[in-house]
Design a protein around this ligand. Structure first.
Ligand code: PLP
Length: 495
């Protein structure tokens, strides 16, 4: 049986590739790219019912039918991330140059774990990493690696921080010998609004979530530096060993940026590894007017930046950067069969030594193609326009009688509540907003997130679409009002 129609490299295979890609592209454009409504509101049960066909049939249906099925059952019922009223999470509309890059990198199928599996890709990833180190003003000797995203970047940061500390403080080689007996006293310090992946990493690193000590935030929801000083003093008094300080540049709900320069001072003073989680806010570095908000990031020992958020690249795509590339030695290992030439004269780059993955995607191609195609100035302007839209959206909410704006946006999230009547209790507002959001999920005309602020259920939009306008936001608010009135009627009926 010939397989040539299934693989590239023959006339039949190349033609099949062209045809399948064209069909897939048409399917995307017709079902998910310019859909009128961002969401279809199907329940998990309704979605499950359409997948009755066997996943592994005895005889295949052929690529055309398989693609068409997916268009109908999956794409047409997916969240339309490019729709201007899709703004719940940090899930961006993917930029066209990035989509082209994604198509190229998957077809080329290079694997970054060894030079012989990805020669040009290895060199290019390194070049993109170097450019990112420059973008964040890290010094010579800085290095980095592409990751699946902030989760992996934050994990790698805390891994290097832990192992460097254990080596310095106890002469312990954690990679070979595991955690020292003093591990119980190790502490990671971050703000109370830092991303949950810090705690997750503490668990994965054998320190336990309780190793994460959170510092209160100020009225702008940034880490309170006086409180940080008290926390560090208290930890030292109690014989705990803080080894890492995590600052956030762009918290998930409010987009708050911690006072990074003050944190860098504290990290120096207390000899802490200073990691900056810039998964969301890192894109500010591209802008003319907002790059200053990241001031202090250039003093980080490491930083996490995600391209699949405010850099508009397809999932997944993140980078982990380290001030001193030598620190990768805490995780390096030598698999003799990969990159055997590394240590020879004129050796080859050995990226696998910097990653927690082995086989690894060439995700660096996406920001590369996007940067090359768009340029820093225009790219930065896209980010700025998104931030401006958030400010305008906040003003709209602030002026509205029936909405309560919870704070002025820092980046592109806007957090608010539907509060149509004066004198409503927090309990009533919580119930109303929770029910409203449930109703909205089934409605599908807008996609908005739900979050908790000071114990009260709230709503959040995360604006990431540079093509969205204030009219889109206004339309979204009208949908919320509509769902809100429906919810009130329903609650009235059941009360
Ligand atoms: C999104 C995010 C993460 C998690 O990153 P993933 O890319 O989802 O793995 C961590 N920290 C912050 C601040 C984030 O916004």
């Amino acid at each position: 049986m010939s397989a040539s129609d299934l693989f590239l490299g023959s006339e039949a295979g190349d033609a099949a590739y062209r045809e399948a890609m064209a069909r897939a592209i048409d399917a995307v454009v017709e079902t998910v790219a310019d859909r009128d409504e961002p969401y279809t509101g199907h329940s998990p049960q309704a979605l499950a019912e359409q997948f009755g066909a066997p996943v592994v049939p005895e005889d295949g249906v052929g690529p055309d039918a398989a693609i068409d099925e997916v268009a109908e059952t999956v794409l047409a019922r997916s969240v339309a991330t490019s729709n201007s009223r899709c703004s719940a999470h940090l899930q961006c509309p993917p930029m066209v140059p990035g989509l082209a890059a994604e198509a190229m990198l998957t077809a080329a199928n290079q694997s970054l774990d060894s030079f012989d599996q990805a020669p040009a890709a290895t060199v290019l990833e390194q070049r993109v990493v170097d450019a990112l180190c420059d973008l964040f003003d890290l010094p010579n000797g800085a290095d980095g690696v592409f990751t699946s995203g902030g989760t992996q970047s934050n994990f790698q940061a805390l891994l290097l921080a832990r192992d460097r500390y254990c080596h310095r403080a106890f002469g312990r080689d954690v990679q070979a010998d595991g955690l020292p007996t003093e591990a119980d006293s190790l502490r990671i310090v971050c703000s109370e609004t830092a991303h949950f992946t810090g705690k997750q990493a503490a668990h994965h690193l054998g320190l336990g979530e309780d190793a994460v000590v959170t510092v209160p935030t100020d009225e702008e929801r940034r880490m309170d530096v006086d409180a940080l000083d008290r926390t560090l003093a208290d930890l030292t008094d109690r014989g705990r060993r803080p080894f890492a300080l995590v600052g956030t540049a762009g918290t998930t709900d409010f987009g708050a940026v911690d006072p990074l320069a003050d944190l860098a001072d504290r990290a120096t003073e207390h000899d802490l590894w200073f990691h900056v989680d810039a998964a969301y806010g890192g894109a500010l570095a591209l802008t003319d007017d907002h790059a200053g908000m990241l001031s202090g990031i250039e003093r980080a020992d490491s930083l996490a930046v995600d391209f699949h958020k405010l850099f508009y690249q397809p999932i997944s795509c993140g980078a982990f950067l380290v001030r001193d590339g030598e620190d990768f030695r805490w995780m390096a290992r030598n698999a003799a069969y990969l990159n055997p030439e590394t240590h020879d004269e004129g050796g080859v780059p050995n990226l696998v030594a910097k990653s927690v993955q082995t086989t690894r995607r060439f995700d660096a191609l996406k920001p590369y193609v996007a940067f090359r195609a768009v340029g820093r100035e225009r790219f930065g302007a896209l980010v700025e326009s998104t931030l401006e839209l958030a400010d305008d959206a906040a003003a709209l909410l602030d002026d509205a009688e029936d909405f309560e704006l919870l704070s002025d946006p820092t980046l592109s999230t806007v957090v608010f509540r539907y509060r149509p009547r004066d004198g409503m209790t927090d309990e009533a507002v919580s119930r109303l907003n929770a029910d409203l959001r449930r109703r909205l999920l089934a409605d599908g005309r807008a996609v908005v997130a739900r979050t908790d602020v000071d114990g009260v259920t709230s709503l959040k939009v995360t604006l990431l679409n540079p093509t969205a306008t204030l009219d889109d936001v206004a339309a979204m608010l009208d949908v919320l009002r509509d769902c809100g009135r429906g919810t009130l009627t329903e609650q009235g009926a059941s009360a």
